[in-house]
Write a protein that binds this ligand. Structure first.
Ligand code: ATP
Ligand code: MG
Length: 399
C-alpha cells in the first residue's frame, strides 16, 4: 500500500475565526464516524492546523476514500506519504520511489510545489522546487515539467516530518454535520425529500425524520423503503431518528368530513403540525420538505402558503427552485434514486381527488378544519403517542 494517510482539506470552515476549533472538531468527529465501518483501523488527528486520517496497518483504500467522500466539510482528500527527514538526498530518493509507484505511466507533466513550514530546513522552497524537479527529470525519461498547467502538482511540505502528495480527490463540500443544529425532515418514499434532507445536512445540520404512513392502505414494504432511504441519507449525516406516524385515522376522518378537492392540502397541514410538534420536542430548529414550486397541485405558491400557515418553525425547502431533472441528478449522485423509484404506494396518493385544488382558498380551508372539531386534536395526540421511533444508522442499510 502506497498510502497510509490522508490529508483532509477543508475550506469554508477555515473562515470561522475564533470558532474554528469547533468546526474542526466536528469535522474530526464526522471523519471518525465515516471511517468506522471501513475495513481497517484509523486514527484521525488535528496536527498543526491540519487534519489527517492515518491508517494503522492494512486497510481498504477504496472504501476509505469513498467514506471520506461522504463527509461534509471536506473539500479535498489527498492521499499522502509521510517521511522522516533524513536529509535531502534521501528525500530525493523517496520522492522518486513515490512517483514511480503512483504513476506507472510516466507520460505526465508535473510541477513541484514545496512548502517549508519548518524554517530551519537547509533549503528554501525555491531551491527544493528546482532541485527536486531536476532529480525527477533525471530519474524518468518521459516525465516533463509544465509550470502553467501540469497534470499534477508534486506537493512537498517540510514540517516536523515531510509530507508528499500529488493527488487531490474532490470532497463533498459543505459544512461538518453537527455545526448547525438539528432539523426535522418530512421524509416520504419519493425522490425529492431524501435529496432535501441531504442538502440541509450538507450545510452542517443534524437530521431527524418523520414519515406518515397509512396502514393497511400503505404496505410494510412502503415503510421499509423509507427506512432504507433514511439509511442512505444517514451514510452522509450519521444516525437519523425516524418517527413513523400512523396517519390512517386522520386521513379517513378528513376524507369523510371535508370536500375531497381540499383533502391534499388539509392532510399536508396536519402533517406539518404533527412534524412541528415532534420537531419542537426533539430540539429541532426547523422543518425540511422536498417541495418545489409548481411540481404538483399541492406545491403551487398558493398551496405552499396554505401548508406553511400552520407552522411557526421555519420550513426549509432547499429544492424550491429546482427542476425535477436536477433533483433526479442529485438523487442519483447521492445514491437514493434507485430506492426512491421503487413502486410502493404513498399515503398521499391513496385518497387523492381527481381534481385537487391548485389555488386553495385559505378561508375555505380554515372553515373545513373547523368542521373537524376537537376530535381531530385527539386523533393527532393519539397519532403522536403511538408513533414508532426507529434509529436508522448507515449500517441499517442492507448491502
Ligand atoms: P417526494 O418526492 O419527496 O415524495 P413529492 O414530489 O411526492 O415529494 P408531495 O407528495 O407533494 O411531493 O410531498 C411534498 C413533501 O411533503 C415531500 O417532499 C415530503 O417532504 C413531504 N411528504 C409528503 N408525503 C409524506 C409522507 N408520507 N411522510 C412524510 N413526509 C411527506
Ligand atoms: Mg411524495
Amino acid at each position: 500500500m502506497l498510502y497510509q494517510s490522508f490529508l483532509i482539506k477543508y475550506a469554508e470552515i477555515a473562515t470561522k475565526g475564533k470558532n474554528r476549533y469547533l468546526f474542526e472538531d466536528a469535522l474530526v468527529r464526522q471523519i471518525r464516524r465515516a471511517l468506522r465501518p471501513v475495513d481497517g483501523v484509523f486514527r484521525v488527528s488535528k496536527e498543526q492546523g491540519r487534519i489527517y486520517a492515518h491508517a494503522e496497518g492494512e486497510y481498504d483504500y477504496d472504501e476509505a476514500v469513498e467514506a471520506l467522500g461522504r463527509v461534509f466539510g471536506i473539500v479535498a482528500i489527498c492521499p499522502v506519504v509521510i517521511l522522516e527527514d533524513e536529509g535531502f538526498e534521501k528525500l530525493k530518493q523517496d520522492v522518486i520511489a513515490y512517483l514511480d509507484q503512483a504513476y506507472p505511466d510516466k507520460r505526465k507533466t508535473f510541477k513541484v510545489m514545496a512548502r517549508r513550514a519548518r524554517k530551519n530546513y537547509p533549503k528554501n522552497s525555491g531551491e527544493i522546487n528546482a532541485d527536486l524537479g531536476e532529480a525527477v527529470l533525471n530519474a524518468f525519461e518521459e516525465i516533463r515539467v509544465d509550470v502553467h498547467k501540469p497534470d499534477f502538482y508534486l506537493n512537498v511540505e517540510i514540517r516536523e516530518k515531510i509530507y508528499v502528495y500529488s493527488q487531490s480527490i474532490p470532497g463533498a463540500g459543505g459544512m461538518p454535520v453537527g455545526t448547525a443544529g438539528k432539523a426535522m425532515l418530512l421524509l416520504s418514499g419519493g425522490i425529492d425529500s431524501p435529496v432535501a434532507g441531504w442538502m440541509v445536512a450538507k450545510r452542517g445540520a443534524k437530521i431527524d425524520a418523520v414519515y406518515f404512513h397509512a396502514p393497511p392502505y400503505t404496505s410494510e414494504r412502503a415503510k421499509q423503503k423509507v427506512v432504507d432511504l433514511a439509511a442512505q441519507v444517514a451514510r452522509y449525516c450519521g444516525t437519523i431518528e425516524l418517527h413513523v406516524i400512523n396517519f390512517t385515522d386522520i386521513q379517513l376522518y378528513i376524507y369523510e368530513t371535508c370536500p375531497h378537492d381540499e383533502l391534499t392540502i388539509l392532510m399536508r397541514r396536519y402533517m406539518m403540525r404533527i412534524a412541528e410538534q415532534i420537531a419542537v420536542e426533539n430540539g429541532c430548529l426547523g422543518l425540511v420538505t422536498g417541495e418545489s414550486i409548481g411540481q404538483v397541485a399541492s406545491q403551487t405558491m398558493q398551496s405552499l402558503m396554505a401548508t406553511n400557515e400552520v407552522c411557526t418553525l421555519p420550513v426549509y425547502r432547499p429544492l424550491i427552485a429546482f427542476d425535477k431533472q436536477d433533483i433526479v441528478t442529485v438523487s442519483e449522485k447521492i445514491g437514493t434514486y434507485e430506492t426512491s423509484i421503487l413502486p410502493f404506494e404513498d399515503c398521499c396518493t391513496i385518497f387523492v381527488a381527481k381534481h385537487p385544488v391548485t389555488k386553495p382558498n385559505l378561508k375555505a380551508i380554515r372553515r373545513s378544519e373547523e368542521k373537524l372539531g376537537e376530535k381531530i386534536d385527539d386523533m393527532v395526540q393519539t397519532a403522536l403517542d403511538s408513533r414508532e421511533i426507529i434509529r436508522v444508522g448507515a449500517v441499517t442499510l442492507a448491502e
